[in-house]
Design a protein. Sequence first.
Lengths: 861, 118
Amino acid sequence: MFERRKRSQQDFAEELKAHIALEADRLREAGMSEEAALAAARRNLGNVAQAKERFYEAHRWLWLDPLIQDLRFGLRQLRRNPGFTAVTVITLALGIGANTAIFSVVDAVLLRPLPYPRPQQLVSVWETAEQFKDSQVSAAGPDFLAWMHESSVFSTLAAGEICDPALTGQGEPEHLYGICVTPDFFKVLGVSPSIGRALLPDEGENAVVLGYGLWRRKFGGDPTILGRAVTLDGTRFTAVGIMPRAFRFPQIWGITEPESYIPLSLAQLQKTEDHSLWVIGRLKPGATIAQAQVQLATIAARLAKENPTTNAGVGINVQPLHVEVEQGMSGPLVMLLVATGFLLLIACANVANLLLGRASRRRQEIALRIAVGAHRWRIMRQLLTESVLLALLGCVPGIFLAIAGKHWLVALSPEGLLPQTNPINLNLPVFVFVVVVAVGTGILFGLAPALEGSKTNLQDSLKEGARTSAGAGTHRLRQVLVVAEVALALMLLIGSGLMVRSMKNVLNQSLGFNPHHVLTLSMTLPRSKYPKDANTLAFDRAVIRRVEALPGVRAAAFATIVPATGGGFGTVRLEGQPVVPEATGPEAFYGYVTGDYFRALGIPIAEGRAFADADYSTGPETAVVSRKFAETFWPKGNPIGRRFQIAGSQPNNWYRVVGVAQDVATNPGNPPVSEAWLPAANRQATLLVRTQVKPASLTRSIERQVWKVDADLPIYDVATMEQVLATSFSGVRYIVGLLGIFTLIALALAAIGIYAVMSYFAGERTHEIGIRLALGAQGTDVLMMVIGNGIRPALIGIGVGVVAALGLARLLSSMLYGVKPTDLVTFVAVSLILLGVALLACYIPARRAANVDPMVALRHE
Amino acid sequence: MLTRKDTKSAALLQGTLDMLILRMLNPGPNHGQGIARAIEQQSENVLLVDHGALYPALDRLETKGFITAEWGTSSNNRKARFYTLTAKGRKHLFKEAGQWRALAGAISRVLGPEAAKG
């Protein structure tokens, strides 16, 4: 149909003219006069206008015409009011941009399925302890084997744990962030190396698959590395495969991208009782998680009966791998999405208000059009088209904002916080979302003015003085919009306020130690070089002696438990108590320390003493416990001299308490926990160095001293204690920071909205104000009157917002720390702030109105 | 198609007009006014063409590719848009004309010789 449009109406008109001329010629030849011939010719042609119309109609999609007309008119209107257009476009761009940026994150993290074949079949399996209903633990080897052999609901099951060997012989020794996995691991995920092969079930112990990043970085991307030897922890491994570049590890188990995959021997799993395995599995087609849960629970029950010492009370929790990968980000992300949703609603309300104001000004024009025969619906359609056009215009900068926003969202996010198993980018669903949101907002805020605009009272509107009479309906509607804006802004403010208070509680928690001037360096000694504990202790002592001899160093110690980086924990059994099956009794954190640990971290000893050299000579028999530990286990009486056991510690001796230390925030953001420190050396430990000078300045010297003891030892995770703490809080700061930004923007928009409406209404009452002033009212009286009227919708909005917030804040409670969702202080403070902002927004136009010259005002129409 | 109330002319169907137009173009190219005139002449003024309805028909035929159009000059030096029959149009014409003649013959036979007097 479109090709025919090549022939213009002009062309057709000419053809008709030619026709008439020719016909007139013929009639003249037949004897008619000039005018008669022309007249007759025209008559013969029939209704020219109709012919032209028929031609026109045959060549167009008729419904498109009014639309194009509306669009042209709308664009012209927008061009004529650049200020209005700019404000609305910016407002919309902010709302749409924020929403889209957050939504792209939500889409990648929460909505998109994992990038593996049939991801809905993937699950992770945890063990649970009857006593601790909310927490889950990693699996024990024999339990995993039992599941593998006895369950029928999985097509494959695999286990893994962190294995971080030291890579040597390839430039500087490097500590690898790798995992040990049972051979079916690759099958579970449905991935395989792009070069070489995956690990085989009957693989010897010395094969390794390398991660793509490591391969490129350390081996120069050389494909001939396959089959060659790679030295890990002093042992020769053969590289058998390289993972594909596009492969994304599911970001579970605290790992972003493993650098090495080493086989975990099933035979060895049978022997260890440690709960150290992370398990993932792929369900058979048609099997459900519920079925898996039931089956595994049955197996667990059997194990509990057969091995009560180790398995009593041990249960199962199966959950979709997807949930695992989200890493608890679903709450905060949804909260942010809701916040940006509110922001968009406020933006829409603002634009609606502006449009309503404009519709009032165009009242005369609209009345005229209706008077000459325009259909009301046509007017509505035109106004709606203008609104959608405006929304789409706002879309364009909105998308740019979204792209920039998404970039900063990801770039500024603390490492590992946003799971990027699915890369976060703006893709088709996000784009569709944007367009839907934009058109939706266009209709949403265009509806109000469109409905209002078409309901004009013709008589009144056509009259000259029509400008002053905004219909009562419009007035009411604008006030309702203000109420809505204020309520939404209040809810956002309360949400932010609660989160900020919660964050402050987390950050201000007493740490229990002195984090300043402490440097941490992590090392893992290879078993091959340090087969016995005595070797490790010797290493530790040598390093400590050397490091403490450095100028500027106050104390040095090794520890496996470091604040904000965690440590081991196990069930505690007190002397004189009956034997309690593992994983069902009260637990405590514990760690091994060598050297002057308490002095290095600045932890005061409250009772008793710290460790001395003698404590290290035999396998640990003494312990220092935290105050919480002492209070939990020996609430009455002196803890010094008492004995206890901790399951999972090596060796599983009875430890005698020799000292009590102040509570330390091992898990910042949470209340102090029971902790015990044992004097022993451990192959994997962190060196803590308290310095007099800036800790970072001593890094190289300390590392050199370490290498003097063992030249091949890679040192990793070097950071000051302050950095470590900052990292652990960075997630909270990030989320709360984002929420704060959105809230401030929303608040600004709400303020602008109130100001705009107030200006308009104050302007409308200029005439009336003039009369009042002329009759003797004071400026302040007028001020009070205008503000009084204007503040009412804001007050109602605050009221509505408070009620709504009381209901909705409960949803935040899982993310709050030390603050109730109905915290009075927050509610009151926020309400006052919003009231202040509203008063300010009302005051300015009110002052302008009150200061007007009465003579001018009286003449104002 | 009728616009003159005082004439008892036959009402023709749309498709028939198309066919007549094509027929008029068979001898050679012509412009709109010329085609209308030709139909009137050849039918001895029985068929009176509404010149206004002519153009949508021409438009239709042009869309279907039965005729092509070009601006040219008429015999008395007027600018006019000339239509030419295409091969496709000629084929269509013969098909339609054949069908029409068959139909007309059949009706004639059914009505019998008396109808000719009426």
